[in-house]
Design a protein around this ligand. Structure first.
Ligand SMILES: CC(C)(COP(=O)(O)OP(=O)(O)OC[C@H]1O[C@@H](n2cnc3c(N)ncnc32)[C@H](O)[C@@H]1OP(=O)(O)O)[C@@H](O)C(=O)NCCC(=O)NCCS
Length: 181
């Protein structure tokens, strides 16, 4: 698995978040993070084997984030969040994103979206797209704060463990904006 984009905020400068591209050695950590972040909805956890397979494809890229990395630390820090992106022509599709509960509301999710937006733009995408469950209030507020708009509703798209069907909102954000982060 070859990292396709090397967008790192690395350097250990102060408390800046540290982001790195998922490589073969990071897939287990990615799968674990996804399982914890989606413990409320097990269908959102895809397992290391599947994630590893996805990431062998050029159309997929993922990043991990840690709150910071000490400049003299030889090892990568322990990640607290992730974002998985699928590139599809002129669209960067955020396939999955999660931040561990204890690290939410510190701007780490936004930081990952900014990294993903830059990566998508660098390969010619002009918008970010994603699906979010209609009842996922936190995620909806998150995307709203980042300027995503709902462009479509997929009725009954998700099926919960109890059989309940939930609409998916398809959200979009153009990439013709100036990043501030
Ligand atoms: C959605 C998620 C990734 C957000 O990550 P995060 O790191 O907490 O988000 P940020 O700190 O970057 O939030 C940026 C802004 O989004 C909004 N926001 C984020 N979480 C919010 C919440 N729970 N309620 C209301 N607004 C929220 C706020 O405006 C926030 O800015 P503020 O904290 O200054 O008010 C995180 O809640 C998560 O992992 N959820 C579980 C997995 C999930 O549902 N993923 C999305 C599936 S589509």
């Amino acid at each position: 698995m070859t990292p396709k984009t090397d967008i790192s905020t690395a350097g250990g400068a102060g408390e800046r978040p540290y982001v790195w591209t998922v490589g073969a050695g990071d897939v287990a950590a990615l799968a674990e993070l996804q399982a914890v972040c989606f413990s409320h909805d097990p269908a959102g956890a895809w397992g290391a084997a599947y994630l590893g397979k996805l990431l062998t494809q050029r159309a997929f890229e993922a990043w991990l984030i840690a709150p910071f990395k000490a400049s003299d630390a030889p090892e990568k820090p322990r990640p607290v969040g992730f974002l998985l992106m699928q590139y599809a022509g002129d669209v960067g599709d955020i396939a999955s994103i999660g931040i561990l509960d204890a690290w939410r509301r510190r701007g780490l999710g936004e930081h990952l979206v900014v990294v993903a937006a830059a990566a998508a733009r660098s390969i010619g995408a002009d918008r970010l797209l994603l699906e979010v469950a209609e009842d996922n209030e936190a995620a909806r507020r998150f995307y709203e704060s980042l300027g995503f708009d709902c462009v479509r509703v997929r009725r009954g798209y998700y099926e919960r463990a109890d059989g309940q069907r939930i609409n998916a909102l398809v959200l979009q954000r153009p990439l013709s904006f100036t990043e501030t982060s």
